[in-house]
Structure formats: structure tokens, C-alpha cells
Design a protein around this ligand. Structure first.
Ligand code: MG
Length: 659
């Protein structure tokens, strides 16, 4: 469904357009390969490749393959394909003559609509052929993997029908090549979680903002009327929404190949329109799914589960724990792009700005239907020699620029694993009192900024007013008003530095609920006695429930009050509760049922063993408030789970090893 939303969003944005500079490289590319203008919807093409011979004494023994489904129909064809067909058919029926081009587009859109038959995203027969041919070539290229050993092949697919049908096509062909293969096919939600890792709302919002701010070529429909109608003025009357019509033609053109129409249907649109829509399409994918400067740090962790699964599968074969000849995984374009980014593949995995990507990012070439990544593993006859791996992007040997190969495209598997282990830092960032540098501490604006920056979590401080309302503020007093002994009305006479009223917890949570990717870290401040603290806990839990935030993935608790920590641990099993004071060993805290510590970093300098001790007990470790480079670096090396900081940007640079 995502793509139709993109297309509709683009259509709605039709009016708001600006002068756009076209990249000469992209213009050349689109003119030379017009079908690439669909970005990720061109059919798979195979050009002959040659294999660099493996180092002496090595032979292939295992293959890991991730394949995108084959050619498919697009989304919302009942709207897009039908819209184009209906406009042209109605005009013709009313005696408004079409040009030969108009007649031909009418035929093609009607043909596609009829074949599509209301089935969004279905695999077309061409899609099945692509997978059969891929399987045949894999078999013929690496026969030794299939002919010797266990002959066991495991294939798993995304739960989406087009991926399952792709898997069936691929594996049926393997069986046709060799009937004694032992095939094991599966699909299910369990696999979907890593094959098609979930999207991230923060990434999506940042991408939409960046795209909205980009200059864009206004779409001009006049040339289209000239192309399609003998009398353009008459033809124009049949088009109620010009943008929707142009996007409809684009939608027909981009799937023509999938329906075996071997003609360039983009020719019905002016080149400037094709350029503009194509750029929006592929930049949206690059910023959302690949290793972009804008979102790469947030995207790479989402790709880790898929990469880790493939790595573990290979490890099991290498160690002898599994005797599979091949693991085949069938999924979608966004995990494919994400995987290429995570593995650090040359070109497609590069980290670029949107401007750089607009000029040079070639996923329009590398992400066709049935796009695939294959890892081919090689073993030496001499047991002491290391296992090698080479990477095939759409069956062509490719490189990982960060690594030095043994020779040609052959890398040591251990080197590749060591590199990938550095791709995503273990430690997460918690914004201390929100990301407040441009705002005010504990303001709703600072929480919003932490969410937009993609912090793992955002921390804030909570007090109970005399009339039992929870408010967000760090200090126990604001001006002369002591929060815990004053009614809300009096507390609310004060404003924060950015002019916001002191927020209530409920108001704060309303903003928190808008972004499910940023954990809300509630610091419950100590109160006069245990019974006031119990009321605070009760009111916090009520507010969380009312805002549908009682979810251990979305909230975490911290407190200097040991009573509060113990009570929360009892009342909220499965939720993260971290004690702040730093005066107890992990074992003491653990013995009281509390599952985490959040200590000033100086305590971990004095007791470096506490991090390991806490982890051994299954506890989480957070360190506050870490703002200096050397301290951030030390906490990273010590392996704490979270760093709470006033400097999220600096912390991110250090965690990702850029500083
Ligand atoms: Mg605090």
C-alpha cells in the first residue's frame, strides 16, 4: 500500500512546485535506460557475468541468497490504470479523436487493467520467470554446492503472496535442475519480523520533511494533451485532475514490462515530468530505506536483525552445527536496500546527502524486481585456511570498500563479520530533559526535538502537586512556588524559558504518544514520604494508561527514591526500572527486584565491574549525565546500554565512530 500513498502524496503536492535543477548524470541515465524511470519497477535483466576464479584450493560450499519478489502489478490499479483507460475511452466514445499515441496508451492501459484484475501487488508471470531463471543460473554457476553434501535447502518467505510465489518459482526450478534436493519451504509472521523489518515513524517524518523542502519541477500537462488527443483542448475536458492523470500514466508506464509490454510507455509524458516523479520516488526510497546522511544512523539498526539472521545461518554451517547447502530468503525492496546498506556494499550502500543521491545513487539500476544479494562461501581443502566469501549484487561480483579482500572479490568471512559488528553501536542515546538546547528543559518542544532527532529515549522529571496533579519539571520549586506543596493553579502561573506553561504529565504524554520510536523515560522525583510517592506512582500509571502508553517498549522508569523503584518493579513487571542514586551494587538492587541501574558515570569509573555485573544479572545499565567527549567515549567502551546526555548530536557522532 505504501506506494500508492507516495503516488497520491506526490499528486497532492502537484501545486507546490519550484524550479528544479536536473542532474546531467541522471538525465543521461534516464534517456539511455527509459524503463529505469519507474525506479524500482523495471524487470530483472541478466547480462553475462564472469566469475573471478576462487583462490587456489578453494571451492564453494554454501550460498545465502536474499531475493526481492519478481515483477508485479502496482498498487491501486483500480484507481490509476482504470483512470487512464476511462479518460481515453470516454473521450474516444464521445468522438474526441485520439492520436496514434493516444490509441496505443488506451490499448495498453486497458490491457494492464484487465490483467491486473483488482489484485494489488500480485506477481505477474514474468515475475515467476525471473525467479526460475535466477535459480537456474545459480545452479549452473555453483553446481558443487548442490551436488555434494546434504543437499538440504531451506527457503523462507515474507508472508506476502508475491514473495511466496517467487519462492515457489525459484525452488521449483532448483528441483527441476536436480530432483534429489531436500527442500524445506516456509513462511509466517515469525520470519516477516526480520525479512521485512518494521518501518520507523521518525525516519518517515524526516524523509517527508526533506522531500517537501526540495525544489521540484512543476508538472506540465499541456504536452500530454498534445501527445494523446487530435484536439488537445477537447481532450483536456475529460481530465478532472491533471496531476492524477499524469501520475496515472506514470503508474501504467512503470509496470508495463511486468505485464510483458516491451515498449517504453514513459514516452507519453514529457521528460521533465518523468524526471521529477522519478526523483521523488527514488529519493523517498533512498532517504527512508538506505544509508542516507539524513537517516542512515536510524536505519542501520533496523537492518541488523535481517543481517544477523543471515550471518548466524552461515555461522552454523561453517561451524558444522547445520549441514545446509543454501539458505534462500524471499522479501521486498526495502529490506534489500537496507541489507545492502548494512553490509556496506559499494555504490548502493554509500552514505550520501539527498543532493548527492539525486545525482549518483543508482538504485534505479540496482533495485529491479527480483533484485538479489548472494553471499557465496568458499572453503579450502586445507582445514587451517580461513573461510572466504564473495558478494554478488544482482549476480555480479561486488565489493565492500571498507574491507581488504584476500584477492579479487574474495573476503575473509571473519573480516566481514568484524566489520559488521561495528556498524551499529550497542549504546543508545537518551536525551536528558529532552533535546532542549534550542528550547527549554523538560518542555514539550524539547521532547519533540528528541523525537525528531531519533533519540532512543527522552527523559523528563515528575513532581506531584498538592492537589495530586503530576507536572513535568526538574527543580522542586519554580520561582517561589514549591511544586509539591502548591496546587496546580499556582504552579501553572509559571512559564518555561520558551514560554510554554509548565506541562502536566498528561500534556507531555500526548506529545510522547505521537512517536512510538522514542522511549519515554519517566523520572519520578522523591517526595516527602512513602505515601506521597505512592500517590505519584498511581497518578503516573493512570496517565500512561489513559494515553495508551502502558507498553514496556515505549516507557521506562527511573528514580532516586528506592521506595519508588521497588514499588514500580512490583507493580510493573516486565518494564524497565532503573535506580539512580549509585550507592548500591547491582546485586543489591537486583535482590530487591529492580531490573536496572542508571548511575552518574563517575560511579562506573570507580566501579567499572558494575557494568558487567549488572549485565550478568540481566539488568540494564544507563549512565547520566554524560556530556564530555572523553566520558561519552569511556561509557561506550564500557558497554553501557544507554547514555543520558545533554549532547545527543555529539554522542551520536562518537557512538558511530565518526569522532
Ligand atoms: Mg532527571
Amino acid at each position: 500500500m505504501k506506494r500508492i500513498f507516495t503516488l497520491l502524496a506526490l499528486a497532492l503536492a502537484f501545486g507546490a512546485a519550484y524550479a528544479q535543477e536536473q542532474s546531467p548524470e541522471m538525465v543521461h541515465f534516464l534517456k539511455e535506460f527509459p524503463q529505469r524511470a519507474g525506479f524500482n519497477t523495471h524487470s530483472y535483466e541478466f547480462t553475462d557475468v564472469t566469475d573471478t576464479p576462487a583462490p587456489r584450493g578453494y571451492h564453494a560450499f554454501y550460498i545465502s541468497h536474499y531475493g526481492r519478489h519478481g515483477s508485479r502489478s502496482d498498487w491501486a490499479g483500480n484507481y490509476t490504470y482504470k483512470l487512464v483507460r476511462d479518460i481515453l475511452a470516454q473521450a474516444k466514445a464521445d468522438g474526441v479523436a485520439l492520436t496514434p499515441a493516444g490509441d496505443s496508451l488506451l490499448r495498453e492501459s486497458a490491457y494492464i487493467f484487465e490483467k491486473y484484475d483488482g489484485m494489488d501487488g500480485r506477481l505477474t508471470p514474468r515475475g515467476v520467470r525471473e525467479h526460475r531463471q535466477l535459480a537456474k543460473r545459480m545452479y549452473q554457476r555453483f553446481p558443487e554446492v548442490f551436488k555434494h553434501g546434504s543437499k538440504k535447502i531451506r527457503a523462507v518467505s515474507s508472508t506476502t503472496p508475491r514473495c511466496i510465489v517467487s519462492m515457489n518459482g525459484f525452488t521449483a526450478q532448483l528441483l527441476a535442475q536436480q530432483t534429489d534436493l531436500d527442500l524445506d519451504l516456509d513462511t509466517g509472521e515469525k520470519f516477516f519480523t526480520y525479512i521485512a523489518q518494521s518501518e520507523n515513524g521518525t525516519i518517515r517524518a524526516r524523509t517527508q520533511k526533506a522531500l517537501a523542502e526540495r525544489p521540484r519541477q512543476p508538472l506540465d500537462a499541456a504536452p500530454v494533451y498534445q501527445t494523446l488527443f487530435q484536439n488537445p483542448e477537447e481532450g483536456k475536458k475529460y481530465v478532472k485532475n491533471e496531476s492524477a492523470f499524469l501520475h496515472g500514466i506514470y503508474a501504467v508506464a512503470r509496470v508495463a514490462e511486468a505485464f510483458d509490454i516491451n515498449d517504453n510507455l514513459f514516452r507519453y509524458l514529457p521528460f521533465d515530468a518523468v524526471y521529477s516523479i522519478h526523483e521523488q520516488q527514488f529519493l523517498s526510497a533512498y532517504l527512508n530505506q538506505a544509508n542516507s546522511e539524513l537517516n542512515g544512523d536510524l536505519r542501520l539498526p533496523l537492518n541488523k536483525p535481517l543481517a544477523d539472521t543471515l550471518i548466524i545461518q552461515a555461522e552454523r554451517v561453517i561451524s558444522g552445527a547445520s549441514d545446509r547447502a543454501a539458505d534462500l530468503t524471499f522479501g521486498h525492496d526495502w529490506p534489500f536496500l537496507g541489507l545492502c546498506a548494512y553490509l556496506g556494499l559499494e555504490g548502493i550502500g554509500d552514505r550520501l546527502t539527498a543532493d548527492e543521491a539525486a545525482t549518483s545513487w543508482m538504485a534505479s539500476e540496482n533495485c529491479p524486481f527480483a533484485a538479489n544479494l548472494q553471499m557465496i562461501f568458499y572453503r579450502s581443502k586445507k582445514k587451517e585456511e580461513p573461510v572466504l566469501v564473495k558478494f554478488l549484487l544482482n549476480e555480479r561480483e561486488t565489493a565492500i570498500p571498507a574491507l581488504v579482500p584476500v584477492e579479487g572479490p574474495y573476503y575473509k568471512w571473519e573480516d566481514a563479520k568484524a566489520y559488521w559488528a561495528t556498524r551499529v553501536p550497542h549504546t543508545q542515546i537518551v536525551a536528558h530533559r529532552g533535546y532542549w538546547k534550542q528550547n527549554a528543559q523538560n518542555s514539550i518542544a524539547s521532547l519533540t526535538e528528541a523525537q525528531n532527532f531519533g533519540c532512543w529515549g527522552s527523559e523528563f522529571d515528575l513532581h506531584l502537586t498538592a492537589d495530586n496533579v503530576v507536572v513535568v519539571n526538574h527543580d522542586p520549586s519554580i520561582g517561589n512556588t514549591k511544586i509539591q506543596t502548591s496546587p496546580l493553579k499556582e504552579v501553572r502561573t509559571h512559564s518555561l524559558k520558551n514560554k510554554e506553561k509548565v506541562p502536566t504529565l498528561d500534556e507531555y504524554l500526548k506529545q510522547g504518544a505521537k512517536n512510538k520510536d522514542c522511549v519515554l523515560v519517566l523520572e519520578l522525583k522523591p517526595h516527602a514520604n512513602a505515601s506521597r510517592e505512592d500517590v505519584l506512582i498511581e497518578k503516573c500509571l493512570e496517565a500512561l494508561k489513559a494515553n495508551k502508553l502502558m507498553d514496556p517498549k515505549r516507557i521506562a522508569f527511573i528514580s532516586f527514591s528506592y521506595h519508588i523503584c521497588k514499588e514500580l518493579a512490583k507493580k510493573c513487571p516486565g518494564y524497565s526500572v532503573q535506580y539512580l542514586e549509585g550507592d548500591k551494587t547491582p546485586a543489591q538492587v537486583f535482590a530487591d527486584g529492580i531490573n536496572g541501574i542508571d548511575y552518574h558515570f563517575s560511579h562506573f569509573k570507580k566501579h567499572p565491574e558494575w557494568v558487567e555485573q549488572a549485565h550478568a544479572l540481566g539488568m540494564t545499565v544507563n549512565a547520566w549525565t554524560v556530556d564530555k567527549e572523553e566520558d561519552i567515549r569511556l561509557m561506550k567502551v564500557m558497554g553501557v546500554d544507554q547514555i543520558t546526555t545533554n549532547e545527543p548530536a555529539l554522542t551520536r557522532e562518537i557512538l558511530f565512530g565518526r569522532k
